[in-house]
Design a protein. Structure first.
Length: 140
């Protein structure tokens, strides 16, 4: 490999812009015996990475069976959500019925007041008719 190319790849590697293929080229270069003297300082690092890839664990890791907490949590969440929606709708219905009853009572009071005012208008109409009769008979 060309030394200038290796130096560019090292630069790209430390800038974290090297591709996987370029990293593999560096590993191949540094696994050789003939490495440029000014690049020998990087050889142990790449050798460590090569050794690390070959390393395998022999420790037995027991896997515990997973409990079905998630299933019960989801069931509880659905129950809570459904209950809250039901309570919310029930509360809306109750408030709507209260508002309707308040509206009905208010309209009843308005109707009574209107009817009372309308009965006084009848007296005013009779008074006006009588007054008109009196003034017509005097003017004639």
């Amino acid at each position: 490999m060309e030394l200038a190319n290796i130096e560019k790849l090292i630069e790209k590697y430390f800038e974290a812009t090297a591709t996987v293929q370029e990293e593999q080229e560096l590993q191949v270069y540094f696994s050789q015996k003939n490495v440029a003297p000014h690049l020998e300082q990087y050889q142990p690092m790449f050798q460590y990475f090569t050794d690390l890839k070959a390393e395998k664990s022999t420790r037995n890791v027991p896997l515990k069976p997973r409990k079905n907490y998630l299933k019960w949590i989801s069931v509880a969440a659905v129950f809570v959500l459904t209950t809250s929606l039901f309570v919310n709708e029930w509360e809306k219905q109750r408030l709507a019925e209260e508002a309707f009853q308040d509206f009905r009572m208010t309209m009843s009071l308005v109707s009574e007041s209107f009817n009372t005012g309308a009965s006084h208008i009848n007296y005013l109409t009779q008074l006006e008719e009588t007054t008109n009769k009196i003034f017509r008979t005097e003017n004639n």
